[in-house]
Design a protein around this ligand. Structure first.
Ligand code: 13P
Ligand code: SF4
Length: 312
């Protein structure tokens, strides 16, 4: 007999109890996973939750770098993720060996390196401080004034933070393949359809798209923005999983997924690799786990702790 989704849900909850596990999920996960998770949030909220938990196992439903961050903060816990291949185009755009070579070639600059959390443990280990889209402005404002800043890997987020802080930074030329799919044309078209709508966009979008937005913020801040918006129609320019969370938290609003030139909404193929079946399997098998050499973990932990301290 095929497993029904009710059976699957019960199995996940039973395994979660048996394993003494916590289920953490990013705002872009499929609705069923968000609904069964103990906490749903953005990268910053998830990092805090991972730091706080006293469970033995963290089942991290997001992409690999997020689960890796949880492991960096919890070396003695078991961190499992439903699909070990759930990567991120931003992480891929900045390999640690390339960053290391760049820093060596430019050693005389004495860069203060700020890394967006969407990067590998190897990259984190080379940085001074980490930021997320939720605290990037604060972290950059706190950077030492007497050192040039290198911001990796997202050039779009970096450009937005430069505008917000007035601080010049050298930008690594990485991007999120999902958010760069939104275009001026695609957003203008949907604005014409809903002329009274407000537009909220993620800072990973290009500058051309950001300029059309009424608000630019992290996925978690989108929740408050939508709840408190004085209008009914809101165009949400980010990955489509966000709509599930927003519809639950702001049920009186008409939330419209930002379209691309090709599609009415925009999925991250990595975020969507996770399924309820794979979540059940990772809790049942305690695999795949996130592992890394202790020397890398310890070096990557310091800039994450600096961030968590600075953004309290
Ligand atoms: P948030 O931290 O705003 O949720 O962003 C994470 C992400 O991967 C956006 O693409
Ligand atoms: Fe990475 Fe973009 Fe997917 Fe976020 S939406 S996980 S930045 S590829």
């Amino acid at each position: 007999m095929a497993t029904t989704s009710i059976d699957l849900k019960e199995e996940i909850l039973r395994l979660k109890k048996e394993r003494n596990a916590v289920i953490l999920a990013h705002n872009y996960q499929v609705g069923e996973i968000q609904d069964i998770a103990d906490y749903v949030g953005d990268s910053l909220g998830l990092a805090y939750k991972a730091q706080e938990t006293d469970c033995d196992v963290i089942a991290f439903c997001g992409v690999h770098f997020m689960a890796e961050t949880a492991k960096i903060l919890n070396p003695d816990k078991t961190v499992v993720l439903p699909d070990k291949d759930a990567g991120c185009s931003l992480e891929q755009s900045c390999p640690a060996d390339q960053l290391e070579a760049f820093l060596k070639e430019n050693a005389e600059k004495n860069y203060y390196v700020i890394a967006y959390i969407n990067c590998s443990a190897g990259v984190k280990a080379l940085c001074d401080v980490i930021c997320t889209s939720g605290n990037a402005v604060k972290i950059v404002n706190n950077a030492p004034e007497d050192r040039p800043i290198l911001f990796v890997p997202d050039a779009n987020l970096g450009a937005w933070v430069m505008e917000q802080t007035g601080r010049k930074m050298d930008l690594w030329q990485g991007s999120c393949y999902v958010h760069v799919e939104f275009t001026r044309d695609s957003i203008n078209k949907i604005k014409e359809e809903y002329p009274d709508a407000l537009v909220v966009a993620h800072p990973e979008c290009t500058t051309a798209v950001r300029l059309l937005a009424d608000e630019v913020c992290s996925t978690e801040k989108m929740v408050d923005y939508c709840k408190n918006a004085p209008v009914k129609n809101i165009i949400v320019v980010t990955e489509s999983g966000m709509l599930h969370r927003l519809q639950k938290e702001a049920p009186d609003k008409n939330l419209i997924a930002g379209p691309t030139d090709k599609c009415a909404c925009n999925d991250c193929r990595y975020m969507k690799m996770n399924t309820m079946e794979k979540l059940r399997n990772c809790l049942r098998d305690l695999a795949p786990t996130v592992e890394m050499p202790e020397e890398v973990r310890a070096r990557a932990e310091a800039p994450i702790l600096r961030m968590l301290e600075q953004s309290k």
